[in-house]
Design a protein around this ligand. Structure first.
Ligand SMILES: [Zn+2]
Length: 702
């Protein structure tokens, strides 16, 4: 091969020589030389055509590969197929990051929920209306034909078949049991039934039929006796929406947000940050106190047939403690614990909808544009999830419910269609005094992860800042009077799903089960209950958050002189605009000294994060150029006449190349004394900015 390319190089040399001879005084031999050269090239090309084509394609491929990967920072030598190597790598990365950020706290980015950058991706959705009329409904353990059908239809005969759960991937339909007229069917073998009804419509000669599903709560659930002294421990309701950021919830669920804050009086955690990618990264810590990588490997790809039953899910502890448990999740084909994992062999909670959804989903289109995919019979699926949660909380004894709705949020951000229904559920729970003895955790697992949103800085930050709100039970507040204040104090501090697990355990009086794990080198455990003070200087690494998932921002000195000038000029121009109406009285201010200009930056790993490197989402791929639409600046300057010292925060809109400044974000940090005396009676709001032209500074006698 080498010899071959040397030959080509030789040919090139001859060609160059021949061609160079064609210039100047050797022009006479030129035609002959050119002819010779052309013949040689043609002959060479014909004999080597295939090799030449392969070589050219190879070069193009290499260049393309280099260009493609140019932006991607390479991870160190890491075998992502070995789970232990990934665990060690992540541990090491957090420990290294801890050396940098330990004790530095977290400045939570202040994001406008209605910023254009993200609002542009929001669509308006009309309400979900479901066609038809269900003949049968269940309430608790009794299922029967609804009054409206009884009024219009005679000779009704319904056949019920229980949908009996075997494992996450296996279920069967029970025997046909026929019930006539208004007689009830009592749920016993399962919580859900497939029903076929026939009857004669009174105004029609034709018999009419209905096939559908109904669900409630079977009576025959064995419950253990709570251990002595734990008979009255508190109930828990975790109600979650997939892909719902805190800001997204504020934008799209205005009524629910207001209700949650003002009526339910839930505490919204503004510093709640995810600890990994996707739903499992949020739910494993909340429900087990550990990350996926700290738990047994039960991924489908591990091919070890392990199931999640061996994991320390809170449901198991609760069952042994005498609780009734419920785990309600829709969209079974992408189930949190079934999509990448082998799922559960035995149902993890007393009441579990997986088999119901698997059977029910067979009978409808789950993809496509038809809105009926959001309906189960005559009811929107999200409404059904709310109804069943409400019913569960009406059962007696101690209760723990985990409800997670994905169908309206996972593929489209159409959570807004559930706003009214959500308020209604919260109102119902309030009216029934549920919050007296029930902890409410109202949450999202992470923000939207659509590529377009993730391309923007705010979208990236919102992905990392899901909705998390907590409403403590009244009973707990009476027993421990300082917990509400503690929770509120922690609302502005960096918190994670690990803390939510610790908080649930704390509320259940189970502090002994809290995971004491500490990141190597950290001063505090990774999981901290929100009912006790969480240190303000807690950093992402200390809380177990890898840099690229960390939404905290930090301030850095601006060194670019052009940007310093731009920022300072914009500020002084604004300062002078404020007093321009009083120009005859107030001197224009001019710059005396720039003390500092700082800009706020999210961490660089987060900015450059592109997506997952592996299908499990353990590792990140970096190299993204996240579009930053606006930047926050702070400055401190001294201006004349006199010496007015100001600190200000300003926002720079990159596209428009301009700053947005507001008087609320300006502070005059030294006393202005009598400087503004000429306008202080008429325009007191201008006191910090005006230096009166007739002002004579008092001379200080020494
Ligand atoms: Zn999710």
């Amino acid at each position: 091969m080498l010899l071959h390319w040397l030959k080509i190089a030789g040919l090139k040399l001859v060609w160059v020589r021949l061609f160079s001879d064609c210039t100047g005084r050797h022009q006479g031999n030129c035609c002959l030389q050119r002819l010779l050269m052309s013949v040689m090239v043609k002959r060479w090309y014909r004999s080597r055509r295939n090799q030449f084509i392969i070589f050219t394609i190879s070069i193009i491929c290499i260049v393309y590969y280099i260009c493609l990967n140019d932006n991607l920072q390479r991870e160190p030598d890491l075998d992502i197929t070995r789970r232990n190597s990934v665990i060690e790598y992540i541990e090491h990365r957090i420990e290294e990051a801890l050396k940098e950020d330990k004790g530095s706290g977290c400045e939570i980015p202040q994001l406008d929920p209605f910023a254009k950058e993200v609002v542009q991706f929001d669509n308006v959705y009309s309400p979900i209306t479901c066609k038809g009329k269900d003949w049968v409904k269940c309430y608790l353990s009794e299922c029967r034909v609804v009054d409206e059908i009884l009024r219009t239809t005679t000779d009704i005969e319904c056949t019920y078949q229980d949908i009996i759960h075997v494992s996450d991937n296996k279920y069967y339909l029970g025997e046909h049991r026929t019930v006539k007229g208004n007689k009830p069917y009592i749920l016993d073998a399962s919580d859900h039934v497939k029903v076929t009804c026939r009857g004669s419509q009174q105004k029609s000669l034709f018999s009419s039929t209905w096939v559908g599903f109904a669900l409630g709560f079977r009576k025959s659930v064995p419950r253990l006796q709570p251990p002595p002294g734990r008979e009255d421990t508190l109930n828990v309701l975790i109600f979650g929406f997939d892909s719902t950021s805190k800001n997204g919830f504020i934008r799209k669920m205005p009524k629910s947000y207001k209700h949650l804050k003002d009526h339910v009086k839930a505490t919204i955690l503004n510093g709640y940050n995810i600890v990994g990618d996707g739903t499992p990264a949020a739910l494993f810590p909340i429900l087990t106190g550990k990350t996926e990588l700290e738990l047994p490997d039960v991924r489908k790809t591990a091919k070890n047939n392990g199931t999640l039953d061996v994991m320390p899910f809170i449901f198991y502890k609760l069952t042994n403690d005498g609780y009734r448990t419920a785990y309600f999740e829709d969209m079974p084909w992408i189930g949190t614990f079934q999509y990448r994992f082998n799922g559960f062999l035995r149902q993890p909670a007393d009441h579990y909808l997986r088999s119901f959804y698997l059977e029910e989903n067979k009978s409808r289109k789950k993809f496509g544009k038809s809105r009926s995919k959001y309906c189960i019979g005559d009811t929107p699926q999200f409404q059904l999830m709310m109804n069943i949660t409400d019913q569960f909380l009406r059962l007696d004894g101690k209760r723990f419910a985990f409800t997670f709705i994905a169908d309206i949020t996972h593929d489209d951000s159409m959570i807004s269609v559930a706003d009214d229904a959500m308020v209604e559920l919260l109102q119902t729970l309030e009216q029934r005094n549920v919050f007296e003895d029930t902890l409410l955790i109202f949450m999202g697992d992470h923000g939207p992860r659509f590529a377009k949103v993730r391309d923007t800085l705010q979208g990236k930050l919102e992905e990392r800042l899901p909705l998390m709100s907590i409403r403590l039970p009244e009973k707990l507040k009476r027993m421990r009077p300082n917990v509400q204040a503690q929770l509120e104090a922690n609302a502005e501090i960096l918190t994670t799903p690990h803390d939510i697990h610790a908080t649930i355990l704390d509320v259940l009086d189970w502090s002994q089960y809290m995971n004491p794990f500490k990141i190597k080198g950290a001063d505090f455990p990774r999981a901290m209950t929100l009912l006790e003070p969480i240190p303000k200087n807690r950093s992402c690494s200390e809380a177990g958050i890898e840099p690229h998932w960390c939404a905290c921002v930090n301030w850095k000195n601006v060194t670019d002189t052009e940007m310093i000038h731009k920022t300072v000029d914009a500020f002084i121009t604004y300062l002078n605009e404020l007093t321009s109406s009083q120009r005859s009285k107030c001197w224009p201010r001019t710059l005396t000294e720039v003390q500092w200009v700082m800009s706020q930056r999210p961490n660089s790993k987060m900015l450059s994060f592109v997506s997952n490197k592996d299908s499990d989402g353990y590792l990140g791929k970096f190299g993204a150029h996240t579009k930053i639409a606006k930047e926050n600046y702070q400055l401190k300057v001294a201006v004349g006449p006199g010496r007015g010292i100001y600190e200000a925060s300003m926002t720079y809109l990159k596209k428009e190349d301009r700053f947005v400044i507001n008087t609320r974000d300006i502070s005059r940090t030294n006393a202005y004394g009598n400087e503004p005396s000429c306008i202080s009676a008429t325009h007191p709001h201008l006191n910090p900015y005006c230096y009166c032209s007739d002002y004579v500074p008092q001379t200080v006698r020494v």
